[in-house]
Design a protein. Structure first.
Length: 104
């Protein structure tokens, strides 16, 4: 399980979602790189239409070298800095980043 991010072939800078040019160096060639883990930075729970549980939206920094992702969590975290396992889930025809909280 992982999320694909875009990595510049010239300088190694990583972004998500992919860009036409690297925001760090302007190079126009990138490659997809799979990232499996992230560190939770912040989250919020939002009421979800027609669902019993709230939708948990979070920001997390992919490990070891970024980028920051906006993603959905499967369960409520307990604190910033928690380690997350990343994966993609297809919703409405798109692959979107999700994560599960790893035990401490």
């Amino acid at each position: 399980m992982s999320v694909d991010v875009s990595q510049c072939r010239a300088c190694g800078h990583r972004v998500y979602p992919a860009r036409l040019w690297c925001p760090a160096c302007g190079h126009d060639r990138a490659q997809a790189v799979a990232v499996e883990y992230a560190e939770l930075q912040a989250w919020t729970a939002m009421p979800a239409k027609g669902a019993d549980a709230p939708a948990i939206i979070a920001t997390a920094r992919a490990c070891p070298q970024g980028p920051v992702l906006v993603l959905r969590l499967e369960e409520m975290p307990s604190h910033a800095g928690q380690r997350l396992r990343l994966f993609e889930r297809r919703m409405q025809g798109q692959s979107l980043p999700w994560a599960s909280v790893l035990p401490a």
